[in-house]
Design a protein around this ligand. Sequence first.
Ligand code: A2P
Length: 257
Amino acid sequence: MSAFNKERVLSVRHWTDQLFSFTTTRDPGFRFQNGQFAMMGLEINGRPLLRAYSMASANHEEFLEFFSIKVANGPLTSHLQKIQEGDTILVGRKATGTLIPDNLITGSRLLLLSTGTGLAPFASLIKDPDVYDRFQTIVLVHGCRQVSELAYGEQLVGNLSQDEFFGPILAEKLVYYPTVTREPFRNRGRITDLITTNRLFADSELPPLDLETDRIMMCGSPSMLEDLRVILEGRGFTEGNHSEPGHFVIEKAFVER
Ligand code: A2P
């Protein structure tokens, strides 16, 4: 049996000249936990070329969704960005990843901190009813350089807010905080600074960061992840994993070098 499923592209949407998302069919045998990733890619010159991609769709959805950057000379994304409806992509049969609620100690507030395409696993998690059962408040932060890069997340949260089932839950529990660093926007600044200055919490009329209540998942720019880790460990937060849950978990965004 091949290590990959062949899936058919159902739709493609280009958000900026550097970001796109697409949906595909989903093999009924492909199981994953919301927040996990799998290998995904294309057959190029007769050989499979795959990279780790978080599923942006939730595991209760019939299709798969991915959110990707376009790297001009990237071995995979230079091809992947050209896919069209009807094309075939490859998806590894096994999903994995640390951004799952079981890797966190019980808490009441969940902070989902992302930059760029690091939003993808959280797109999946905010569609997971279990996450809303476990936490009283979920704060979704998405940091980008430009306002245009927020579009995928804004539409995701907008659509979910209109949903018959999720709408009332989001209204009660989800705080969405998009922020931009390189042009004017209502929320400005790096996620690290927004946390250390308390501005994230003040702007959202929420209590400040608290070891007792806050659990954190983060995904995105490697330097942001490292800086956040230092800030959090300095305040007594510990990193969790599959063998031992902690106060926070980290997944790097899978950007091609
Ligand atoms: P900035 O514009 O100040 O560099 P990138 O596209 O480089 O991955 O960055 C995505 C977002 O992450 C940008 O808003 C960027 O802010 C921010 N960022 C990059 N490095 C860090 C870091 N070390 N700490 C916090 N935010 C960061």
